[in-house]
Design a protein around this ligand. Sequence first.
Ligand code: F7E
Length: 330
Amino acid sequence: MAKTLVIGGSGFLGSHVADILTTKGHEVYIYDIEKSKYLSSSQKMIVGDILDKKLIDKSVSKVDYVYHFAAVADIKEAKDNPIESARFNIIGTLNILEAIKNINKNIKFYQASSSEMYGGKSEEKLNEESKFDPKSPYAAAKVFSHDLTKVYRESYGMFCASGILFNHESPFRGETFVTRKISRAVGRIHMGLQSKLTLGNLDAKRDWGFAGDYVDGMYKILDYSKAEDWVIATGNAHSVEDFAKKAFNIVDKNYEDHIETSERYLRPNEVNYLLGDPSKANDLLNWESSTSFDELIKLMVENDIEIATKEKMLLDNGLIKPTWENPIID
Ligand code: F7E
């Protein structure tokens, strides 16, 4: 039975990957600073810091595959705490690669690279050869880890592959990310729990796909005969405004009646446009994103209507207090 270590496996993407690997019959070890909320009975949990070299060595020595997701993934949080974030987003990767090099060079390593590395200045379709131009400490750290993955691959003949994931969303997405922030608000507005939603730059465009589809791509990346870099994307870009408009349409509301903008959510060095070209993964991995933009929005909004329905019931019975930043009575 293949043994796999998912570092950062309690987080959004890591827990999705741990799940699919478990269903594919892998023995899964989740390594994270906190216990996974989604831990299944067959998965093993290792609670530890990514900089705990001894524990990383011990954990790596048990497995055949390592997926590395440990990172401060919220771009604002990484900007506000750049040094703390660098511990995870830079040194963490080095720690894992060193462990693999010293313990067992046959272990296959997956690096979670990000479309943020491109910087998004132009409207070109971005592929594995496109130039990086990071715009935030998060993106700069991702470039470092991406390059390091290549360095270990080329210097030591190790199987070190990177998946350059464009924005990947699902009902499990954290509520500070724009898609989930919108779908949560739509659910709550639909249930009469709030009336307004405050966003930042409505013109920013992203290539948004369903995280469930991307997990399959990541699996295929380590299953491929060679370690390489791979763009995982849908090949379509939409604006934040498009997302909001469609999300509000699902509950028969006009987004313009509910959305306000505030400088508070604007980014100093905004990444305006990111569009991926997944041709290489389509052709060689036989992977493609199968959930459309409309289907993605629908599944997120439906999930959040369900959550808001429960919240309303609890609120009506005085069992919870309003906690959302946009209060129930605006
Ligand atoms: O922002 C704009 C914001 O925070 C998307 C992470 O997983 O994907 C994610 O990074 C866009 C930006 O994701 C609000 O300015 C407008 O242009 O949902 P986001 P992200 O920054 O693209 C990449 C691939 C990663 O690797 C990251 O780890 O939406 N935007 N108004 C807003 N964004 C937020 N968060 N909140 C707003 O109110």
